[in-house]
Design a protein around this ligand. Structure first.
Ligand code: ACO
Length: 429
């Protein structure tokens, strides 16, 4: 028996039977509910998509109440502990874990596409000395579409594959160069003998030594952070990638839109905001007055709260462990004490308990990034590099989904109508 919803329109007394599939009704089905044939049908109003599914997806499962996050069915905890970022990227893109041959071929492909066209370098050098690296990343990823014009052939599977490989491979190169640019240091070319995370560290920090060697604990922590950020179903930036991708533009343009969305302080910019907040609080003694400010609505406790996680963010737990590993190498960041005490107090406070506000992935990630000597502007770049496979997996799913259409929401028009235009010379006379 098909499940359905009976809707009675109290304006007309008419009743409608609307099918329920997968716990949803089709918004288009509400269009039949109208006062008369001249009127537009009923629509839903949902700013921020708080209760609207925009797609069917088999990539990432989240149960916010239970704190579950799975990529292609595999729990994030197991992937973070036992897998590595490129294997997770393969899983997200292809839907299954790779065989040994598939894995080796994938790692080889990604590793050997890390170089960018020399003109990309010239293009990046043209930015102002103090350009925000996210702006540089967004622009340079978007610019890749001009270097690979065949990327517009999105119906061709081989073509899609090579663009996906290029994007995952080149993002660290572009991100690292954006970092070096702000420091006035020469850009470092990729080293194909290093792992994905270690090569990234090499492009960031290598100076005159012939070979960069990262501390394995730092390399592992960075790789884990990339895994934790790799996908998060229909969040703001993924929705931007899908929305722009629905116009059938090339994937570089779609991902550039995602990078723009991630730049915002309510999304990927939150870890930068957390660090600024911790610095402003300064010492443990100042926490109670800060918490009061949050409760009075004068402040926001950055790194707390999430649209979907209402008990805990599973990524926050894993990050806390990565924090300990990194601090073993770098020495403890004094702000860690402030963060831990802030978390302890907030988790006991009625205001936060009632609103189900818990630390999210960004609460501790900023501290790790700072310990690794990244300036705050780079934090979101690291997030973007980790998120690239997720954006691309979602884009790939979108372009193969027969149910998808160009993203085009409705609006409720609230402005004036049928005004008479008076030319400027008469209005200003
Ligand atoms: N500090 C204080 N109060 C908060 C916070 C917070 N961080 N987050 C939510 N609240 C309060 C709201 O004021 C609201 O209170 P009210 O019911 O009295 O009005 C209530 O909790 C519900 O919050 P909403 O804003 O409705 O929750 P929403 O799901 O829209 O927002 C968001 C989620 C944007 C993440 C929010 O919690 C926030 O701004 N957090 C801080 C920024 C942050 O850490 N962002 C990172 C998110 S994770 C990521 O993008 C990777």
């Amino acid at each position: 028996m098909t499940e359905s919803l009976t809707v009675r329109d109290n304006r007309t007394g008419a009743e409608y039977e609307i099918p329920i599939v997968d716990g949803t009704i089709k918004a288009a089905d509400l269009g039949q509910i109208k006062l008369n044939d001249d009127e537009p049908g009923l629509a839903t109003y949902d700013p921020g998509f708080v209760n609207t599914a925009s797609c069917r997806s088999a990539i990432t499962f989240i149960d916010g109440d239970k704190g579950i996050l799975e990529y292609r069915g595999y729990p994030i905890e197991q992937l973070a502990e036992k897998s590595n970022f490129l294997e997770v990227a393969y899983l997200l893109i292809h839907g299954d874990l790779p065989s040994k041959e598939q894995y080796d071929a994938w790692v080889h492909e990604i590793t050997f596409h890390t170089f960018v066209h020399e003109n990309v370098k010239g293009f990046m050098e043209g930015f102002r000395y103090d350009a925000h690296p996210m702006g540089m990343l967004m622009a340079s990823v978007g610019a890749l579409s001009t270097f690979y014009p065949e990327s517009s052939k999105i119906a061709d599977p081989d073509n899609r594959h090579i663009q996906i490989v290029r994007m995952i491979a080149k993002m660290p190169t572009l991100g690292a160069w954006a970092f070096r640019h702000a420091q006035g240091k020469p850009y470092v070319y990729p080293d194909n003998e290093l792992s994905y995370a270690e090569n990234f560290l090499s492009m960031l920090f290598k100076m005159s030594e012939t070979k960069y060697a990262g501390d394995p604990r730092i390399v592992k922590a960075l790789d884990t952070l990339f895994i934790l950020h790799a996908d998060h179903e229909q969040n703001c930036s993924t929705n931007a990638v899908r929305s722009v991708g629905s116009s059938q533009v090339d994937p570089y343009s779609a991902v550039a839109a995602g990078i723009g969305a991630l730049f915002g302080p309510l999304h990927g910019g939150a870890n930068e905001a957390v660090l600024k907040m911790l610095r402003r609080i300064g010492t443990v003694d100042n926490i109670p007055s800060f918490i009061e400010g949050v409760k009075n609505g004068e402040e926001r406790l950055m790194g707390f709260g999430h649209r979907v996680y209402k008990n805990f963010d599973p990524r926050a737990k894993i990050i806390k462990k990565a924090c300990d590993d990194v601090f073993e190498v770098t020495g403890v960041n004094p702000l860690l004490a402030v963060a831990k005490e802030l978390e302890r107090i907030a988790l006991e406070d009625e205001y936060f308990v009632k609103r189900k506000l818990y630390p999210n992935v960004d609460f501790y990630s900023g501290l790790i990034y700072e310990a690794l000597e990244f300036p705050p502007e780079m934090f979101t770049v690291l997030f973007a590099i980790g998120r690239a496979p997720g954006w691309l997996a979602q884009w790939l799913e979108l372009v193969q989904d027969k149910e998808q259409k160009i993203a085009r929401p409705k609006q409720i028009y609230t402005g004036p109508r049928t005004l008479d235009f008076v030319p400027a010379e008469e209005r200003w006379a």
